[in-house]
Design a protein around this ligand. Sequence first.
Ligand SMILES: *[C@@H]1O[C@H](CO)[C@@H](O)[C@H](O)[C@H]1NC(C)=O
Length: 121
Amino acid sequence: MKLFTVSAALLLAALDLASATPAQPLARQAVVVTLEGAGPNPPSYTLTPSFDGSTFTIDNPLSVSHINVNTAEGICTFHGIDGANTTIISEGTEDVGPPQVQVSGRCCAFSCIGFPINCCG
Ligand SMILES: *[C@@H]1O[C@H](CO)[C@@H](O)[C@H](O)[C@H]1NC(C)=O
């Protein structure tokens, strides 16, 4: 009987987790993306994009050499003006090759990828 109770509680907890997932707001998470130029003391700018899979445009004219994502929230892809795509999975810094102005990006939270829906498309 005790075992049953524990199992039932775990099952209920699992169901609760599953049903709660889609309702969680995933749009605004505290993730900072830093886009950095070249040089020993490089200029940079930051973005705080939604991690909902929507494409955002970037209008900063800085030629970007490195892109850093500061937390392990999801996958971000950036598109450069000359066609380079830079993808950062989880967190870390990726080089833009060759360095170029960034025109758009898209971030998708890990919590958004897969079952029951892939809300990042
Ligand atoms: C970059 O991504 C775009 C859109 O997904 C694609 O059309 C293009 O071919 C990619 N460029 C490179 C160099 O892979």
